[in-house]
Design a protein around this ligand. Structure first.
Ligand SMILES: [Zn+2]
Length: 510
């Protein structure tokens, strides 16, 4: 079974504006570029991964070398990303000098430790208030063990997103307003960012740091419930899924009175119990589970249905109905599907806010695959059609490349599409870019495959060797299934033909 990626050291800075209102302080937040493959389009605080030389800087008032290195990392990242120099002695530098320092750092003419040394700049731990260490849950392709520091913006320095950075915009915003934007589903952010905003929105009180550190997640305990948008909890559960992914996202969609559970997919008892506890938490506030809904038939999306219903029956005396597309229901025999969901059916959660999800029959990865679209917020539950971790396998005959590309086009054309909540990995904050990338990747592959057939390579195995030179040998068996899916599409498109022994040859247009 695949191992989750090991978390890498990182640091982030929650920068407080000078003379800000202590009841609702302003912080500097940034929007990550939608071009970024990982967490593109997310709102975040400036920060990034530790570099080897970060530990070559001496930090005053700090006798813990690890903490010193993370403070140095935080300061360097803030300088690189938003041009603010959090060192003592930087007040003697002019704006122009700071700019040329930044230029030297980014071009590699001078290292971070050399700069501090050369200009007599000093870091002091007294300027960096530690407010928690958060570890990315083991469902993401990249994981970080991130130290968060609360820092006052030095006088006469104005943060701005630097030219070639990975950030789209940066701005001062009152913590309460930032939180309200999240509440209106206008932004997506990861749990530590939301926790920081919530904590700050309650004011710069004497117990501020205590409140930051009051939850286990601020002490490296991975978060189980991830609320990228309000009312949509992403609850990754460990599953025997296709590597490199190790988890499948179950979604708990809730409002004031009802809960919808999508894809409880773990066959493991400890994970089923964790999910049941998450559902119990939501039910404790007088909510009822309305239905268990399945995006598609694959075991890593359905294996926990029975256990969850056993749990609910024990708790409430009744099982909840299970709903899926008819083509999914036909393939399932381990439990009964009580209701069929067809294309364009609307799932409604009664209560506040009223949540309406339009079902979209989107075959390709599986015949009965469904996506669910919330037109109010632009969120699309994309199942396994687009994922935040790993790649999507199109495996005939249940998988169909032609249908898959049509489904991607249909998803892409949703009028208000703003975010994808996939079956694996983090939310996708740049959905159109991501879907375009998927489509063009498949079409490029198709061209290579067609070229291989035209060169005389006839069987999927031969074609893999020709068209998947970038894929390691051990993945070739799986790639052969994808090639077959492409060949079936090319045959349906009238570009190749298949003989009785399963070999393919090109059809030349007259
Ligand atoms: Zn699947």
């Amino acid at each position: 079974m695949a191992e989750s990626p090991t978390p890498k050291d990182a640091a982030a800075v929650i920068l407080l504006r000078q003379n800000t209102n202590p009841d609702n302080p302003e912080v500097f937040w940034v929007k990550r570029s939608t071009k970024l493959a990982f967490l593109g389009g997310f709102h975040a605080f400036p920060g990034g991964q530790r570099e080897a030389s970060d530990s070559d800087v001496s930090v005053g008032n700090c006798d813990d070398p690890e903490r010193a290195a993370m403070i140095s990392c935080a300061a360097r990242e803030v300088f690189e990303e938003i041009g603010v120099l959090l060192t003592r002695g930087s007040e003697t530098l002019t704006v122009g000098q700071r700019a040329s320092l930044l230029d030297d750092l980014e071009s590699g003419r001078m290292s971070w430790p050399e700069q501090l040394e050369h200009y007599g700049l000093k870091l002091s731990a007294a300027d960096f208030t530690f407010v928690g260490r958060w570890v990315t849950p083991p469902f993401a392709p990249r994981r970080f063990d991130t130290w968060f520091f609360l820092v006052n913006c030095p006088p006469k320095q104005e943060p701005r997103v630097t030219g070639d950075s990975e950030l789209e915009i940066g701005e001062w915003i009152a913590a309460g307003e930032a939180l309200a934007k999240w509440g209106r589903s206008e932004v997506i952010a990861v749990p530590p960012v939301l926790h920081a905003l919530q904590t700050l929105a309650d004011g710069l009180t004497d117990d501020l740091v205590e409140r930051f550190l009051s939850i286990p997640q601020a002490h490296r305990e991975p978060t189980r419930r991830i609320e990228f948008h309000p009312n949509y909890i992403c609850f990754p559960v460990r599953t025997p899924t296709k590597p490199p992914a190790t988890h499948t996202n179950c979604y708990l969609i809730y409002n004031s009175s009802e809960i919808l559970v999508i894809d409880p997919g773990s066959p493991y008892e400890d994970e089923q119990q964790a999910l049941a506890a998450g559902v119990d938490d939501l039910m404790a506030a007088n909510r009822a589970v309305r239905e268990i809904v399945l995006t598609h038939v694959h075991p890593d999306h359905v294996a926990g249905v029975g256990a969850l219903n056993d749990h609910l029956e024990k708790k409430t005396g009744a099982r909840v109905p299970v709903a899926a597309h008819r083509l999914t229901a036909e393939l399932l025999n381990q439990f009964t599907v009580d209701r069929h969901i067809e294309d364009n059916d609307v799932l409604i959660l009664n209560g506040e806010p009223k949540i309406e999800l339009r079902a979209m029959h989107t075959p390709g990865h599986a015949r009965g695959h469904l996506c669910f679209y919330d037109g109010r917020t632009g969120a699309l539950l994309s199942g396994d059609n687009v994922v935040g971790f790993g790649s999507v396998l199109i495996d005939p005959a249940d998988g169909n490349m032609r249908h898959y590309l049509d489904s991607l086009e249909r998803m892409r054309s949703l009028p208000n599409l703003s975010v994808l909540f996939p079956g694996h990995g983090p939310a996708v904050g740049n959905p159109r870019e991501k879907i375009d990338e998927y489509i063009s990747h498949r079409l490029q592959r198709e061209e290579l495959i067609l070229a291989a057939v035209r060169e005389g390579h006839a069987s999927p195995a031969e074609i893999v060797a020709r068209a998947y030179t970038d894929v390691p040998q051990k993945a070739h068996a799986m790639a052969a299934r994808a090639v077959l899916a492409h060949l079936e599409k090319l045959a349906a498109d009238g570009l190749v033909t298949r003989d009785a022994s399963g070999n393919y040859s090109p059809i030349h247009s007259a």
